[in-house]
Every structure is written in structure tokens, then in C-alpha cells.
Design a protein around this ligand. Structure first.
Ligand code: FAD
Length: 389
């Protein structure tokens, strides 16, 4: 995949915004365990960066997925994982199904403000009792006249302490687990106040991704019109699995520059650090380890670009997106861990960027499908394991 002049210009615009308006505040937002999503998204919206692949009719740019990938790559220059993840939720995790299968009315009401940066979005799949096994979710929507009445809990929901709406996976019938689910758009706050029946029961504290807010959400008889359902009733599981493809590609792409930066910072440090009468970088062990890591990152880039190219060509990229996500998870552990070692005690301090990556990057093997879930999908695509009926 080749980036064009347009891709590069978009990346330059984003990079300037990151350098001038995000990175100077990252330490403060990490300490506060929250970043001002509305403020940041409004500016990204003005730059046209929240709807690159979304329909022009609703304020998007109508570009192909390679632009989303290029954007995710550049987000890797943010000096933490939490803010890029929050942006990725808005662009590539909470909105793809809405854009693809939502009615025009839903897109006008929910997608357009998300693209403009006027609304913060979140995606609600995981629950206290169901993460890897999405089919086991318990949150349900009972029909009452023209409405759904929704009750249940959602756990680990990124952006949820600030979000205006959630794209919610719920059971809309008692049928088989892969055919009884729907994605429903649910407003969470109106005029800054939670809607009736909704509350954040806990702000979850984490070992990393500090600037990103994560909530445990409680829905008690929350009422929305049935027309807020995305697409066909009972198709939610399939839509969510498709939506995961963009989430997983995004996850792989967003780590590439971040991992390379981690290696670069470590090279800079090793050039300065003196021990045993030489610089740390003069140790061949250090040189070889860092060279190997760079090779791993560029292999991930090649895999991610290949997946993206095929996705843009309209192919089913489940296998490739899964491999890219798996490899991204592995490298997000290997690269910061290996680099941190070369920083010695400095690597064990909280303020160090590499130590932040070590903590933030750990999520990549868990969120959006754990490594083992990726391996399970690959085992199925390789014909070694049974597919669900
Ligand atoms: C910071 C953060 C942000 C998140 N944001 C969101 C969000 O915005 N929206 C949302 O819906 N969810 C979100 N998640 C949830 C995330 O997707 C889940 O944590 C993830 O899918 C794993 O589910 P679980 O935590 O329930 O672990 P479980 O499903 O209980 O799995 C535990 C472990 O079991 C192992 N395992 C799983 N399946 C298999 C298998 N088949 N074979 C062998 N071992 C296996 C894995 O090691 C896995 O880590 C977020 C999570 C975190 C931590």
C-alpha cells in the first residue's frame, strides 16, 4: 500500500495538532485520569479528521479505509495510549456499523455530530460476565409498544464517563445466541445529565491508559424507540464482528509509530548513557536487540498494510486483521519491555515515556479481543476448529 500526497497532507495536519494541542497536555491528563474529550474532539472535527471514511452526506470525507489507517498510524505520535484509543473509539470502533447499516435518520442524529466532534461516542459490548465470549452478553431490550426498554450492565466502556451516546449490543430476543442480538443507539446524556435509568456505577482505575476514562455502566429500564436499532433485528452479533475488523486494523496501525518511537527514544538514551567506559549503544547486544525490534515493527506494518489493501479492495479480511491484531498485541509487550530494560532504573520511573508505553501497551493483548481469541479465530479460518453455528 502506498500513501498518496493526500494521505501525507492529512497526516501532517494531524501531526501539527498533536504536537501543538495534545502532547503538551498529556502529562496533566494522565495525572487527572481523564482528558477533555469534547474539547479535543471538537477541534479534530473542525479539521475534518473524525469522519475520513464516513459518508459525505453526514459530514464525512467519503474516503477509503487507507485514510483511517494513515490517521491511526499518526496517532501513535501521541505520548500516551489513552488519548489515541479514545479517538479510535470515536472513529473506528463505535461508528462503523452505524455508518454502514444505520438508517439515514440515525446517521443524521448520531453519526453527524460524532463526525463534527459535537458528540462523544462509545461502544458497549463487554459486560462483567462476558468479554471474550460476546455471545454470552446478558443486557436485554424488551419491546414495549414502539420502544425498547433496556436493562443490564456494560463493563470497561472507554469514553463512557463523557460520552453522549453508546452503540449498545443487546439481546432483543431469546433465540440462539448468535441470532438474538441487535446493535441499538442509546443516548446517555442530555444537557450534560444522564438519561433516565442510566448511570456510571464505577469509574474503573487501571494500570495504564490513564488519560482514557473507563466505566462500569448500569442500565435500568432505559427507554429508546425501536427505530434506534441499527439495521436488522437479530443481526447485531454479525454487525459487531464486522465492526471488530476495523477496530482490530486500527489497533495494529495505531501501534506502529508508537513502537518505533519507543525504539528511537531508547537509541537516543543509549547514545548518552555511559557505562564501563563506553556508551550503552556501543554494546552489540543492545544494537542487535533494537535492530531486531525494528524488524518486528516493520513486519507488523507490512501485515497491516496488506490487510488494509485487501479491505479497501472489498475482501473479507478477518484472517489478516486478526493476525495483525495478534502481532500488535505481542509487540506491544515485547518492544516496551525490551526497551525499558535498557533504561535501567530510569525505565522503572513513572514519568518515563517508555514505562508509560509498557503499562499502556499491555492492553493490546486483551482489549478488542484477547490474543487467545485471535488465535481461536485463526484456528477456525485455518480449518482446525469448528465455527459457531
Ligand atoms: C482499558 C480497557 C478498555 C476497554 N474498552 C472497551 C470498550 O470501549 N467497549 C467494550 O465493549 N469493551 C471494552 N473493553 C473490554 C475488552 O474488550 C475485554 O476486556 C476483552 O474482550 C476481554 O474480556 P474480559 O476482560 O471479560 O476477559 P475474559 O473474557 O474473562 O478472558 C480472560 C482471559 O481468558 C483468556 N481467554 C479468552 N478466550 C480464550 C480462549 N478461547 N482460549 C484460551 N484462553 C482464552 C485470555 O487470556 C483472556 O485475557 C475494554 C477493556 C479494557 C481493559
Amino acid at each position: 500500500m502506498q500513501f498518496t500526497h493526500e494521505h501525507r497532507e492529512m497526516q501532517k495536519t494531524l501531526r501539527r495538532f498533536i504536537d501543538d494541542h495534545i502532547n503538551p497536555h498529556v502529562d496533566e491528563w494522565e495525572a487527572a485520569e481523564m482528558f477533555p474529550a469534547h474539547e479535543v474532539f471538537r477541534e479534530l472535527g473542525k479539521l475534518g479528521l473524525l469522519g475520513l471514511t464516513k459518508p459525505e452526506a453526514h459530514g464525512g470525507a467519503g474516503l477509503d479505509y487507507s485514510y483511517s489507517l494513515a490517521m491511526a498510524e499518526t496517532l501513535g505520535h501521541i505520548h500516551c495510549g489513552g488519548v489515541p484509543m479514545a479517538i479510535g473509539v470515536q472513529t473506528d470502533m463505535a461508528t462503523p456499523a452505524l455508518a454502514r447499516f444505520g438508517s439515514e435518520e440515525l446517521k443524521a442524529q448520531f453519526l453527524a455530530p460524532a463526525i463534527a466532534g459535537e458528540a462523544v461516542a462509545c461502544i458497549g459490548v463487554s459486560e462483567p460476565g462476558a468479554g471474550s465470549d460476546v455471545s454470552a452478553i446478558r443486557t436485554h431490550a424488551r419491546k414495549d409498544g414502539d420502544d425498547y426498554v433496556i436493562s443490564g450492565q456494560k463493563m470497561w466502556i472507554t469514553n463512557s464517563l463523557q460520552a453522549d451516546w453508546i452503540c449498545l449490543l443487546v439481546n432483543t430476543s431469546d433465540g440462539p445466541a448468535h441470532k438474538n442480538k441487535s446493535l441499538v443507539m442509546v443516548p446517555l446524556r442530555e444537557g450534560g445529565k444522564p438519561v433516565k435509568g442510566f448511570e456510571v456505577s464505577q469509574k474503573i482505575r487501571k494500570i495504564g491508559m490513564h488519560s482514557s476514562d473507563t466505566g462500569l455502566l448500569h442500565f435500568d429500564e432505559v427507554r429508546v424507540p425501536q427505530r434506534y436499532r441499527i439495521g436488522a433485528e437479530g443481526a447485531g452479533f454479525v454487525y459487531q464482528m464486522q465492526q471488530f475488523q476495523e477496530e482490530r486494523l486500527w489497533c495494529a496501525a495505531s501501534t506502529l509509530e508508537a513502537l518505533n518511537n519507543c525504539i528511537e527514544w531508547t537509541i537516543e538514551w543509549a547514545r548518552e548513557r555511559q557505562l564501563f567506559g563506553a556508551h550503552l549503544i556501543d554494546q552489540q547486544w543492545v544494537q542487535f536487540k533494537l535492530a531486531e525490534l525494528r524488524t518486528e515493527v516493520e513486519s507488523l506494518r507490512a501485515l497491516t498494510y496488506l490487510a488494509c489493501e485487501r479491505y479497501v479492495a472489498g475482501e473479507d479480511v478477518t484472517e489478516w486483521a486478526t493476525m495483525a491484531k495478534l502481532k500488535a498485541g505481542r509487540l506491544n509487550r515485547l518492544v516496551p519491555d525490551t526497551c525499558l530494560q535498557f533504561w535501567g532504573g530510569m525505565g522503572f520511573t513513572l514519568e518515563n515515556r517508555v514505562s508509560r508505553m509498557y503499562r499502556d501497551g499491555r492492553l493490546a493483548s486483551i482489549g478488542g479481543g484477547a490474543d487467545e481469541v485471535m488465535l481461536g479465530i485463526l484456528a477456525k479460518t485455518m480449518g482446525m476448529a469448528k465455527k459457531p453455528r
